[in-house]
Structures are given as structure tokens and as C-alpha cells.
Design a protein around this ligand. Structure first.
Ligand SMILES: [Zn+2]
Length: 318
């Protein structure tokens, strides 16, 4: 692999940003815990593909109806708020009919520059597609009442959506819409997709650690290349290295890793005390200000990051 001078320059510019360095130091401090998560997810990852998921024969309207039934069953306040948002003529709906060709997770919920709340749904015809409708509706609840200038941190709404998605799958199982096996497969698939994001974090972490604060040059690029070539996933490593010319994505990917941990702990609590957990969750939806991940963890689970990962691994052991 060769990089021209301008590529090396932008790579170095990106990697030497203060926030990139700080985040990488943070990753190093919890890397042993992340390694254990990766190991646990890799064990359930084997042989799981989109084809393993339950196929559905639903229109988009059917999916929306199933999801709204879930919210109505879960909590009347949440349901009414959701209906108000969806019926509000200012809410922009960018819907596409269910299709096997719809790509993963290009559903979205966002504020447009003019302040319009916009939801995009284009689910695949399977359980993941159905769950993504529930996920985006949770984002609507989470984003509602805020504007683009006073929005939550990205972690915040992601935890909310990931939690409600888990409760939704449990609900589908309880109403016999899916079997125990289908539920299990779903969660395996889900964790494997989070594991992919963790793998990307590791690539960036390894590259930054190799450089250890130094700039990338054509000389150390050669050494890095030799190191990369030994990796079983050399191609992915190269891909990540070239992406890093434009941006470092670890912090963004980390939202989903931490989101999975926090939402699972919350879900575990929900299984024992559903009403109490939903009440706590609703109260949390009301937060509008940005909040750092450690505080959020303490608020929701009363645990440090290390304790949370430890508990997560314990729950998922079997
Ligand atoms: Zn989301």
C-alpha cells in the first residue's frame, strides 16, 4: 500500500486531533474489558447471517401496526406521545415499502436544518426490519421536544432505542409472533452486528497505538504494512487505515458497543421489574441536556463501566 503525501498529511491531521488522542487513551484503559466482550460476541457470531433471521410477509403498514400495538401495550403515555408525533403534520415521513433489497439500517430519525423532525423507514422483510421500525419510533420519542441546538448526545437516544428494541422482541415472543429459537437468533444477529463495530474500533486502536503519538511517514507505513499483513483480516485493516485519512470513527462505533451493554442491563432489570424499569426509563427520556457516558451508566445501572461490562458478560454466559 502506498499513500501520496497529501493522504499522509490528512491522515496525520485526523489522528493528531486532541479528542482522537483522548478517546484512544480511554480505549486503552478499558481494552481488556473490550477484548472480553469481543471474545464473548465472537463465540455467538459463528455462522449467523441475515438469512438466519425470520422472514416476514408484511407490508410497511403491517409493520407499523405491530409496532404501535407494542407501544400501546407497553405504556399509554409513550403510545400517545408517539401517535401525536406521527400525526403531527410537521413530522416528515420518508417511507419506502418493505423490500428484501432495502439495505440494513438506512432507516433514520433526524432534525433537518430548518428544524423539521424527519423519520425515514425502509425496512427489510424480516425480523430485523420490523425491529428497526420499533427502533426509529423510539428515536422519535427520544428526539421529540428537543431542537437541533439542544439535542441529546448520540449515546443517549441510542441506548433508549436499543432498550426498547429488546423489550419489543420480548413482546413478540410473549404474543407468540416469534418462537424462542427465532428470538435467540435475533439476539445473536444483533450482537454480531455490534461486534463488527467493535472490530472496527480495534483496528483504529491498534493503528493509533502502533504510531504511539508519532506521525505516519512512508517509512513507518512500511513497517505498519508488515504488521498488517500478518493479521488474518489484513484487507479490513487496510480499509480502516485508508478511512482514517478522513475521520476516526471509534467514538461513534463505541456508542453502539456501550449502548448494547447499558440496554442489556436495563433489559435484565425490566424482566424482573417491568413497571419500575419503564417508569425509570420514561423519566430518563425527559433529559434533554448532554450527559457523559459514565454518568449515564451510573444513573441507569448504578455501575462503573468495568462493573457494567462484567455484569453484561455474566448475564450472557451460558
Ligand atoms: Zn439508532
Amino acid at each position: 500500500m502506498t499513500l501520496v503525501d497529501s493522504e499522509i498529511e490528512s491522515f496525520n491531521k485526523t489522528c493528531q486531533k486532541k479528542e482522537v488522542k483522548e478517546f484512544n487513551d480511554f480505549l486503552n484503559s478499558i481494552r481488556p474489558y473490550l477484548d472480553r466482550l469481543h471474545k464473548s460476541w465472537s463465540e455467538i457470531d459463528k455462522g449467523i447471517t441475515t438469512e438466519s433471521l425470520k422472514e416476514l410477509n408484511c407490508s410497511l403498514n403491517d409493520m407499523i401496526k405491530i409496532v404501535l400495538d407494542f407501544y400501546s401495550n407497553l405504556d399509554k403515555d409513550l403510545y400517545n406521545t408517539l401517535i401525536n408525533i406521527l400525526n403531527d403534520e410537521k413530522t416528515k415521513k420518508d417511507y419506502q415499502e418493505v423490500s428484501p433489497n432495502n439495505k440494513w439500517r438506512i432507516n433514520y430519525t433526524k432534525y433537518e436544518p430548518d428544524g423539521t423532525l424527519c423519520i425515514g423507514l425502509r425496512p427489510q422483510n424480516n425480523l430485523y426490519g420490523l425491529a428497526s421500525v420499533c427502533h426509529e419510533f423510539a428515536h422519535l420519542l427520544s428526539r421529540f421536544g428537543q431542537d437541533s441546538t439542544n439535542s441529546k448526545s448520540d449515546l443517549f437516544p441510542e441506548v433508549e432505542s436499543m432498550f426498547l428494541e429488546k423489550v419489543f422482541i420480548e413482546y413478540l415472543y410473549n404474543i407468540n409472533f416469534i418462537t424462542e429459537e427465532e428470538r435467540k437468533t435475533y439476539f445473536r444477529f444483533y450482537k454480531s452486528s455490534v461486534n463488527d463495530k467493535l472490530q472496527e474500533i480495534f483496528y483504529e486502536n491498534d493503528i493509533l497505538n502502533y504510531l504511539n503519538g508519532n506521525s505516519l511517514t512512508n517509512e513507518n507505513l512500511k513497517v505498519l504494512e508488515e504488521m498488517i499483513a500478518k493479521s488474518p483480516k489484513a484487507k479490513d485493516f487496510y480499509r480502516r487505515l485508508s478511512f482514517m485519512q478522513n475521520d476516526v470513527h471509534s467514538a461513534w462505533y463505541f456508542i453502539y458497543v456501550l449502548g448494547e451493554v447499558i440496554s442489556e442491563l436495563l433489559f435484565e432489570e425490566y424482566r424482573k421489574e417491568p413497571q419500575k424499569t419503564v417508569a425509570k426509563f420514561k423519566e430518563y427520556l425527559g433529559h434533554t441536556a448532554d450527559i457523559d457516558p459514565q454518568t449515564m451508566l451510573k444513573d441507569l445501572t448504578n455501575k462503573s463501566l468495568e462493573e457494567a461490562i462484567e455484569t453484561y458478560l455474566e448475564i450472557n454466559k451460558e
